[in-house]
Design a protein around this ligand. Sequence first.
Ligand SMILES: Nc1ncnc2c1ncn2[C@@H]1O[C@H](COP(=O)(O)OP(=O)(O)OP(=O)(O)O)[C@@H](O)[C@H]1O
Ligand SMILES: [Mg+2]
Length: 281
Amino acid sequence: MSDPVVEVSGLRFRYPDGPEVLKGVDFTVHAGEFVALLGQNGAGKTTLAKHLNGLNLPTSGTVRILGKDVAGQPLAQLARQVGYCYQNPDHQIFSSSVAKEVAFGPTNLGYSKDRVEELVEHAFEVVGIGDLRDAHPFALGRGHRQLVAVASIIAMDPQVLVIDEPTTGMDRHGGMRAMELLARWASEGRTILAITHDMDLVSEFIDRSVVMAGGEILADGPTQEVFRDSAVLERAHLKAPAPVLAGARLEDVGVVPGRSIREIAANIAAAARPKPKSELV
Ligand SMILES: Nc1ncnc2c1ncn2[C@@H]1O[C@H](COP(=O)(O)OP(=O)(O)OP(=O)(O)O)[C@@H](O)[C@H]1O
Ligand SMILES: [Mg+2]
């Protein structure tokens, strides 16, 4: 496997004068991986994510990006490698047009005008919001503002994208589209850590899940396996999505489980289809 892109080891963290919020966190992510970070409110997901771009620095332990310790690296240098989309896109957006907003990051990183244009066009292509380029970001709905925030980070060409609640404010279709585009972007060799409470979208689109509770990692593995571990879900106060619950029952009656209702419906249809005579013997 390629060298790790994100390496978190023995990470402990407390806010000044506060209790310990991260209590020894270890995980590694490689290029091309799209990872969900799950856990109930207050589990420590955002606190952990902010260690990847140096917004938080470990009380003890280390965080490495592309092999280099985050501690001691200037934030501006890290910003080239790790893009961070905030939980609330409105904390990020401040320009008077979508195009200006998306161009701000790469301009600020010092890229030439031509390169900025290229990066902005690429980001529009990835996120599929080119038709909104002249709109005022705050005239858009929350879901579209979220996409603008994602495009403005992708335009900085980061190796790693940390995204806190990527689908908030999106309807089902919008959420699915956002997940599809993120999955495609990751598969081109990038790395995404997505914090989300939407278990249905995780089940369908994200292959690896990390579950946190009380500042610790309870599980880290293939999403479908993690979602079938009822002890872990209970400890983390998470609920498996319907397709996973249904899948367990369907297996009992010989139907292949699926990651989504769509997939399950197709599997049931396939199981119900009369078999050709040649297979009946
Ligand atoms: N700036 C801060 N100062 C002190 N304590 C904080 C700060 N930010 C978060 N905390 C505390 O750290 C713990 C973890 O919070 P964090 O925001 O990382 O959780 P989370 O998993 O992202 O939750 P959510 O799903 O609600 O976003 C909580 O107990 C929270 O109150
Ligand atoms: Mg959070």
